[in-house]
Design a protein around this ligand. Structure first.
Ligand SMILES: Cc1cc2nc3c(=O)[nH]c(=O)nc-3n(C[C@H](O)[C@H](O)[C@H](O)COP(=O)(O)O)c2cc1C
Length: 191
């Protein structure tokens, strides 16, 4: 089984059993402009063409960091099925057309927030944004919201994927898949 098949099998199992509100949550780490690793949670949109898709603002801290370095990691902990997945790879910006599709799947409130918020910029009071939200709600009452230019997504193309099954005995089952040309080489790691 290649790592994508294994990921899908484990993820499907977790989604079926999990009671979490956001079971797609995963920790996305990039190289901070200050040299420190920078991690935050995002939601995995899907696994497509052997890449892990995430979306969001292109001009927030992560967007600026990804312009400088595409090297990233994505980490999952699936509480219900007790599995961890660690991915290292390169984040490549998806096309505007692909981003449009993901944007259109968002609910209206999320679309408005994406439109009005300069994610990560400072603001004197959140009330300013709330006022802009109400104004936008009225303006777009009967109108579609088109994806803003600064909103998009990234396809994380992995080079390493480690799948770990947590074991109460502490003999965790760790399999490291490493990309070698077009092939994935699997190695068993000690717990
Ligand atoms: C469970 C969860 C899911 C999130 N999903 C996303 C997401 O899909 N995209 C996104 O840009 N931010 C998401 N966020 C917010 C990010 O953690 C973060 O605050 C935001 O992206 C700004 O990060 P940055 O300043 O490093 O760019 C999520 C946060 C949580 C707690």
């Amino acid at each position: 089984m290649n790592p994508f098949q294994l990921f899908k099998k484990w993820y499907t199992d977790e989604l079926e059993k999990s009671k979490a509100n956001i079971p797609s949550a995963c920790c996305f780490s990039s190289n901070g402009l200050d040299g420190y690793p920078n991690a935050r949670f995002v939601s995995l949109k899907e696994v497509k063409d052997d890449a892990f898709i995430i979306t969001g603002s292109l001009q927030s801290r992560k967007g600026l960091e990804l312009e400088k370095s595409s090297k990233v990691s994505l980490t999952f902990w699936w509480e219900t099925t007790e599995k961890q997945i660690r991915i290292q790879g390169n984040a490549i910006k998806i096309s505007d057309t692909e981003a449009d599709t993901y944007f259109n799947e968002r609910n209206k409130d999320s679309k408005i927030i994406s439109l009005i918020s300069k994610q990560g910029a400072s603001i004197e009071s959140i009330d300013i944004l709330k006022k802009q939200f109400t104004e936008a709600e009225t303006l777009y009452k009967n109108k579609d919201i088109i994806k803003p230019k600064n909103w998009g997504g990234y396809a994380i193309q992995p080079i390493k994927i480690e799948c770990m099954e947590f074991e109460k005995s502490r003999f965790h089952k760790r399999t490291l898949f490493q990309l070698n040309g077009k092939d994935w080489i699997a190695t068993i790691l000690q717990p």
